[in-house]
Design a protein around this ligand. Structure first.
Ligand code: BG6
Ligand code: MG
Length: 217
């Protein structure tokens, strides 16, 4: 029986994945480090500091921890500037309808985002009241692809992982969902998300009916 749907935020509920990309690209340009959309795929679902390590991996730069923290903060300042303009109109098409229909059916909704900015973004989207639980990425021992964040969300909701579906736009996220023993829905392309149990090109194509099909009573 489907008890809960646990969503990633960036790139699933709203298109902040694009803002993360733009902010990393700007930092890479400033440092003169090569960066691309292809490389950006590896940052999806990955924490800010781990992302910075990936951005810097071929740079030949070996920076002390304090310098890395400053660069991560610089990226985040730029990102915060962009998300400061978010309004409820930035919910991806179909998302409000989907969240309403889950609520009507009594299916719980949780958030499992690696982003420390997630609560601010949910508020700006006017989406906070759809969510009964928000996992806290700050206290995690391991980020995605580890299942910890999805298991934490299920625990906060008081539901069994096997009765949950996770929705993700990142390969690391699909791996985390499957490792948590949940069904995985991928929003994006088969090149990155081939392991998903259900793959859709856009959030708009997701519906409560399709989710219920994935976990038969
Ligand atoms: C994830 C994004 O949701 O959050 C990653 O997919 C990002 O790209 C991570 O690095 C951490 O986000 P933040 O807002 O804490 O820097
Ligand atoms: Mg994402």
């Amino acid at each position: 029986r489907l008890e809960a749907v646990i969503f990633d935020l960036d790139g699933v509920i709203t298109d902040t994945a694009e803002y993360h990309y733009l902010a990393w690209q700007a930092l890479a340009d400033e440092l003169g480090v090569p960066f691309s959309r292809e490389k950006n795929e590896r940052l999806k679902g990955v924490s800010r500091l781990e992302s910075l390590d990936i951005v810097l991996e071929d740079s030949g730069l070996s920076l002390p921890e304090a310098a890395k923290l400053r660069l991560a903060e610089q990226k985040n300042d730029h990102y915060r500037e962009m998300i400061g303009r978010i309004t409820p109109a930035d919910l991806l098409p179909g998302v409000p309808e989907l969240l309403d229909s889950l609520r009507e059916r009594g299916i719980q909704v949780g958030l499992a985002s690696a982003s420390l900015n997630a609560p601010v973004i949910l508020e700006r989207l006017g989406a906070a009241s759809w969510f009964q639980a928000i996992a806290d990425p700050a206290g995690l021992r391991k980020g995605k692809p580890d299942p910890e964040i999805f298991l934490q969300a299920a625990e906060l909701l008081g539901v069994t992982p096997g009765n949950c579906i996770g929705v993700e736009d990142a390969a690391a996220g699909i791996a985390a969902i499957k490792a948590a023993g949940m069904k995985a829905v991928g929003i994006g392309s088969p090149a990155q998300l081939g392991d998903a149990d259900l793959l859709l090109p856009r959030a708009a194509e997701l519906s409560a009916e399709k989710l219920l099909e994935l976990i038969k009573p």
